[in-house]
Design a binder for this molecule. Structure first.
Ligand SMILES: [Zn+2]
Ligand SMILES: [Zn+2]
Length: 155
């Protein structure tokens, strides 16, 4: 009896770093090519067709279309709510307001919008580190740059 069938083989054709949409950060990927083979006695003999290429994240092992490699982190726009939440979280964690605003403007947000995002996240009172000339949310107690305690707000 002749045993024949088909089998898919996967060949790694490249590797590198990419922005994984699932991990939402830089990860190592393997680019793979899938081909279907005609097999005889379980030995792949004749390539029968290209099943295409895909990219596999080596961290979460999800697979993506090959065009994921050209994707940039900024091509996934954060929703207004996500952006607002990250601003508030960072400011309450003690990031200087100037740094948060800088990152927002670097992401293409108008400076006016960025500063009003800050105000709507943490209110209008600020603490100021006189050494570094950086301002903080009123709940922050220590300057992140110089580790000095921030002065209380006097009203
Ligand atoms: Zn991943
Ligand atoms: Zn400081």
């Amino acid at each position: 009896m002749i045993i024949f069938g088909t089998r898919n083989r996967f060949k790694t054709i490249g590797t590198g770093q990419f922005y994984c949409p699932h991990c939402q950060t830089q990860r190592t990927y393997e680019r793979k090519q899938a081909k279907r083979y005609f097999t005889l006695y379980f030995v792949p003999l004749i390539p029968m067709g290209d099943l295409g290429e895909y990219v596999e994240c080596q961290t979460c092992h999800r697979t993506f279309q090959a065009d994921v490699l050209t994707m940039k982190p900024t091509s996934k726009p954060l929703s207004a709510v996500e952006l607002l939440n990250s601003v508030k979280t960072r400011l309450l964690a003690g990031d200087p307001i100037e740094y948060v605003v800088r990152d927002l403007t670097a992401a293409g947000i108008e400076r006016d919008v960025a500063t009003s995002l800050v105000s709507s996240s943490i209110g209008s009172s600020r603490k100021l580190c006189k050494n570094c000339n950086l301002s903080y949310a009123s709940d922050v107690t220590v300057c992140k740059e110089c580790n000095q305690p921030l002065p209380e707000i006097h009203k």
